[in-house]
Design a protein around this ligand. Structure first.
Ligand code: PGA
Length: 940
């Protein structure tokens, strides 16, 4: 048989890769899916037997038929087919059910890989087409596209550069428990991703095609033989490692290319020639992993110290590897070209520090290759900084070992800058650009600490600690408080650990302290007092940026009060002193998931927008530079959706250019599992921020979507939000039957068995919606295919509004021109397309109380249908996702595989609820959770 990926002709294959639109561009994706499916079939037959393979096919075809019947309008036939499938599943043994759901999950693994590969392929094709682009056809999401839009409306080069200088995008990685895949599975995926990518590097001889195919088959086999669910819950240390992996996998390598692209775009669009190394810093990174203590008892102070150490050591090891590479390559000889005096002097002073001379240290090694000698010294300092002792047999390293460590990134930058200047002055600018500039950029971005680690704790814990500590202080004003409850001791310990970190080499490694559930000024000041009690210098000084309390406003009420709370804070003279020490900057965090859980999708979206705008106004009045921190998850109900669209949807005029955004769980893998994807994602965020800051659309006389708010939209959104809020509160939060339904009709209680993250899924206390965290809330509804948090209340509000005179027309106008509304509706639409009422009704059948089941399901169903028709009406479509064919196709491709897994899951849950609470059943349920998450590309 010819190799699966062998084309009729390589020229056709090239045309597919270059295609910008139409069906042709999708052909490679279809081929990858088909070929991978065939390889999987082969592995399944070999590893699991023909019987299982046939069963998979049978269930899959039945699911396709059911969907076809449904879309042809034959509801009865669809229902019958579903019943037949249910019966088929009910007779399976637990082990068989488990293996079947694994097989289906495997299809997703492969479809996901194929889609990821396709995203990379499309990125390349876009870049190729931009290169030849003269017209207006450059994609808006690209940096160059944004620059072009700016240039078109008359923004000058100087202005463009001034806008760019204000941009700082800060992704913050968190360990929110939504990445279901194990680290070993992630590694295997990457390997397979590499093989797929190689298949696009055409032309490829047959032999190599066959060996790539074999390599893929081997990986699929290995994956089949791997446990997909962790055998133990990950520890925080595991999570720290997983978070850091993304730097090695993509981020370190991505940044230099990304800046080069920015530099090239500035040259192409504005004729501005700025070296990548001279560009303003556009990105930096943050992390919560090991610092987010809120509700996670496993984040101890020791773990926090470990997170700091591990980040630093990962970074310094990377620098070391880069330096070694540079030492190998920078062979410029003083016999060929001079070296600057500055460099020679510096080298001399290194040697003087060692009390020796060059001959003693280097002998005749690199006699004329002064740069290499110099860089060996730099490397030695770096190793010392990293605490790495040289091995005995490395004489050179040993001889240099007592060179001083770097105590700030600035020192390292200076040492590297000397090399750059010398090369630049002596005919080596090109060499400097390739060898030194990337390293300089990395050091500017990551310093010696890699990222800032935020500490987070809940306001309640601070209040308690403060009360206890104050009571103690009244009696013993001088002594360090003791006799505190364990929780309060823990709070203070955290501050002591912060103080310790800050006393070390990188005080900037911790600079934000996030307060969950912040509601009042006192909640913010509590952190200032506790920090002082723990010995932390709150104000910034030249060396240490201090620690800034960052309130996280996350209920609807708290979002509404946020501007006034901040006004009181920022006008307090004591706090103003602190602000001044932080360059008058204040960060405020907005919580998407919890506000959604509290008030529903529509009210949450609107209240966040309003809080954002009002906070900005207050900040402006108080002379404060506001940086917002958006706490978003991957799923729509947790603020998920395309990040660039949401950045652009920020209120006009209420954005200063700096933005922090959480990147969590499965999103990390989606965005950063590969250099091309990371570059695309980071570029999109930078481009969207520039777009949202410079707002070229607002200057464009013919422009749509300028985002500038019209009073009618404001009034409409107010009304929609109010209607939806009350409807949601009444029908979801205030109806105890919904919680009961949720607990029985979704696998929320089984989430723990999937061992997704280190953090428990509930806060302490009895089961209530208030202490159930947002993730399991969204997770349960996602698995049961209802995705309630993403849409409940939206249909009711839109429907009522559309009934008003002129209402429908205004909504359509907003859908044309108002970015926030567009973003909201498109996200709701995506969730509706992933939901499935038929499957959801099977989950509902798990609710034992028939009357309750009927009541709750009927109201969910009614609102789902209302939302569906309202979204279609407002978007003017006859079916969902008409304007997003890529997503529509992806969902269509996936459904036949998700559906059988849902059926299997319902059946297993039924068995478990009937008393079959065995390890096998729980393992099988976890398998289905894993598979459904992969199928929907969202966990919760
Ligand atoms: P939290 O996050 O529970 O950590 O506040 C909620 C979420 O991201 O969904």
């Amino acid at each position: 048989m010819p190799p699966l990926w062998k084309p009729e002709s390589w020229a056709d294959r090239l045309a597919e890769l270059e295609a910008r639109s139409g069906d042709l561009k999708e052909v490679p994706l279809r081929r990858d899916v088909r070929s991978l499916g065939m390889l999987l079939g082969e592995v399944l037959r070999e590893q699991a037997g023909v019987e299982l393979f046939n069963k998979v096919e049978e269930l899959r075809l039945a699911a396709i038929r059911r969907r076809e019947a449904h879309s042809e309008g034959s509801a009865k036939e669809a229902e019958d087919l579903m019943q037949a499938a249910v019966l088929g599943v009910n007779t399976l043994g637990v082990d068989q059910a488990y293996r079947l759901s694994r097989a289906f999950a495997f299809y997703f693994e492969l479809i996901n890989l194929a889609e990821t590969n396709h995203r990379k392929r499309r990125r390349l094709s876009l870049q190729i087409s931009e290169d030849g682009q003269r017209g207006d056809d450059i994609q808006r999401g690209s940096f160059r596209g944004t620059l072009r839009a700016m240039r078109r409306v008359g923004i000058t080069a100087e202005e463009a550069l001034a806008w760019l200088r204000r941009i700082r995008v800060i992704p913050v990685f968190t360990a929110h428990p939504t990445e279901i895949a194990r680290r070993s599975v992630l590694l295997k995926r990457r390997r397979m991703g590499d093989f797929l990518e190689q298949l696009d590097r055409i032309p490829i001889p047959d032999e190599e095609l066959t060996s790539l195919e074999d390599a893929l088959t081997a990986e699929i086999t290995a994956l089949w033989q791997t446990d997909e669910v962790r055998s133990r819950r990950p520890t925080v240390s595991d999570e720290i490692r997983m978070g850091l992996d993304y730097y090695d996998v993509s981020i370190f390598e991505t940044l230099p290319g990304l800046y080069q692209e920015v530099s090239a775009a500035l040259a192409a669009e504005y004729d501005l020639h700025i070296d990548a190394a001279e560009l303003p810093l556009l990105l930096s990174f943050g992390s919560w992993i090991g610092g987010d203590r809120d509700g996670n008892p496993y984040v101890t102070t020791e773990v926090t110290r470990e997170a700091i150490r591990a980040a630093r050591s990962r970074l310094l090891r990377y620098y070391d590897a880069r330096l070694l590479e540079t030492i190998d390559l920078l062979t410029t000889s003083a016999q060929q070209l001079p070296v600057s005096e500055e460099l020679r002097t510096r080298l001399g002073s290194f040697l003087a520090d060692l009390g020796t001379d060059a001959a003693q240290i280097f002998g005749q090694r690199f006699e004329f290759e002064i740069y290499r000698r110099y860089l060996f010294c730099v490397r030695s300092r770096l190793l010392r900084t990293a605490g790495i002792t040289p091995s005995d047999h490395d004489l050179l390293e040993t001889a240099l070992v007592s060179l001083p460590a770097y105590c700030s990134a600035q020192e390292l930058l200076e040492d590297l800058g000397i090399v750059r200047r010398s090369l630049a002055a002596h005919g080596g600018i090109r060499v400097a650009e390739t060898q030194i500039d990337p390293l300089l950029l990395l050091v500017r971005t990551f310093g010696l600490h890699l990222h800032t680690l935020d500490i987070r704790q809940h306001a309640r814990q601070h209040q308690k600690a403060l009360e206890e500590a104050s009571a103690w202080r009244e009696q013993q004003p001088i002594a360090v408080p003791s006799g505190l409850s364990p929780e309060s001791r823990d709070v203070l310990e955290a501050f002591r650990a912060i103080a310790e970190v800050k006393a070390g080499c990188s005080p900037e490694a911790i600079r934000q302290y996030v307060i969950s559930g912040a509601a009042t000024v006192e909640d913010i000041l509590a952190v200032v007092w506790l920090a002082r009690l723990g010995g932390v210098e709150v104000a910034g000084n030249g060396r240490d940026p201090g620690i800034m309390p960052v309130p996280l406003f996350e209920s609807i009420e708290d979002l509404r009060n946020a501007p006034e709370v901040c006004r009181r804070l920022w006008t307090s003279p004591d706090y103003q002193k602190l602000l001044a020490s932080w360059d008058n900057t204040q960060e405020v965090m907005l919580g998407y998931s919890d506000s959604n859980k509290d008030g529903g999708m529509l009210a949450s979206t609107w209240e966040i927008f309003r809080a954002h705008r009002a906070l900005h106004e207050v900040a402006h009045e108080c002379g404060v530079q506001l940086r917002l921190f958006h706490g978003r998850g991957g799923t729509v109900g947790r603020g998920g959706g395309p990040t660039h669209r949401s950045i652009y949807a920020q209120p006009v005029g209420a954005f200063d250019g700096q933005i922090r955004i959480t990147e969590q769980g499965e999103v990390l893998n989606w965005k950063y599992s590969d250099v091309v994807l990371a570059e695309r994602n980071l570029e999109l965020m930078i481009a969207a921020s520039l777009d949202a800051l410079a707002r070229p659309d607002a200057l464009d006389p013919d422009g749509h979507r300028s985002g500038v708010m019209r009073p009618a939209w404001e009034a409409a959104f107010d009304e929609l939000s109010e209607t939806s809020f009350h409807f949601y509160r009444h029908h979801i939060l205030d109806d105890p039957e919904v919680l009961e339904f949720f607990e029985t009709a979704t696998p929320v209680s089984e989430l723990e068995h999937a061992r997704i993250g280190s953090r428990p899924s509930r806060r302490k206390g009895k089961m209530s919606l208030a202490n159930l965290r947002a993730i399991p809330w969204v997770f349960g509804w996602t698995q049961s295919r209802l995705l309630v948090p993403a849409w409940f209340g939206v249909g009711h509000a839109l429907g009522e509004y559309a009934e008003k005179p002129g209402g429908a027309a205004l909504l359509r106008e907003m859908m044309e021109e108002f970015p926030l509304f567009i973003d909201l509706i498109r996200n709701v639409e995506m969730a509706l397309a992933k939901a499935d009422l038929g499957i959801a009704s099977l989950y509902a059948s798990l609710v034992p109380d028939a009357a309750l089941r009927e009541r709750v399901f009927a109201k969910l169903k009614a609102e789902f249908e209302r939302t569906l028709s309202a979204v279609l009406a407002v978007t003017g479509q006859s079916e969902l996702l008409q304007t997003n064919q890529v997503l529509a196709r992806s969902i269509r491709l996936r459904n036949p595989y998700v559906d059988p897994m849902s059926l299997i899951q319902v059946d297993l849950l039924r068995r478990k609820r009937a008393g079959e609470d065995t390890e096998e059943v729980n393992r099988a349920i976890s398998g289905t959770i894993n598979g459904i998450s992969a199928g929907l590309r969202n966990t919760g």
